[in-house]
Design a protein around this ligand. Structure first.
Ligand code: SF4
Length: 212
């Protein structure tokens, strides 16, 4: 597809998503930058509802990053077990808390590359953090966003970094933060993985996959 056609498709997609999901927002609780980052780490292959519950219990017992830095890893593993992948997530959370308390001087970095120094913080989580906390334009490409953008025809890729590169090429920068949230809503509401509801989807008059 020519770039100009892709831009037109992106414009129509943004209009339709904005009309259908005007209030789409991050569904992870976000009471502080560092806590949002921890929830982001916990969110890998886990629902946001589960993450919010488990993180709430964790922060009730251990409110600060210094508390978590001092917490033995095996205790942390028990607390976050309901979110799955608890060994690697505990390791990442411990590293994040330590970097926060030492190298980062008690602040969450604004730079995605600095954030990605922490194991378990990939581009998706780093983009979520800088976008939600600092309002820096960044698209969060999760499993829903990846799927719906491919079906619509805006990307041909499955690899999140390549999908992100395709999106930032055709969507205006001021849409990036909200775009990811709206794509998630579309994926949850209509463009469901196994059985997309194309007949009632608000994008069905231009989506590439509609009616396939
Ligand atoms: S028309 Fe169908 S495939 Fe396209 S975005 Fe909507 S639900 Fe997904």
């Amino acid at each position: 597809m020519r770039k100009s056609d892709k831009i037109k498709l992106a414009d129509r997609t943004w209009e339709a998503l904005s009309a259908a999901f005007p209030d789409a927002s991050c569904s992870l609780d976000s009471d502080s930058p560092e806590r949002l980052a921890i929830r982001g780490i916990l969110s890998a292959q886990c629902t946001d509802v589960r993450v919010n519950i488990t993180a709430g219990e964790l922060f009730e017992k251990y409110p600060s990053m210094a508390d978590i830095d001092a917490l033995p890893q095996d205790e942390l593993e028990v607390l976050i077990k309901p979110c799955g992948l608890y060994k690697s997530k505990a390791k990442s959370i411990k590293t994040f808390a330590h970097l926060y308390c030492t190298k980062w001087g008690g602040e969450v970095p604004r730079d995605v590359n600095a954030l990605m120094e922490c194991p378990g913080v990939g581009k998706k989580i780093a983009n979520l953090i800088v976008g939600e906390i600092y309002g820096i334009p960044a698209v969060v490409v999760d499993t829903h966003c990846k799927r719906v953008m491919k079906r619509i025809g805006i990307t041909t890729h499955d690899e999140p970094l390549k999908v992100e590169a395709d999106l930032v090429e055709v969507f205006p920068e001021d849409t990036w933060i909200s775009l990811g949230h709206k794509a998630v809503e579309l994926g949850r509401t209509y463009c469901i993985s196994r059985a997309p509801k194309c007949d009632v989807c608000p994008l069905n008059d231009f989506c590439k996959r509609a009616g396939v």
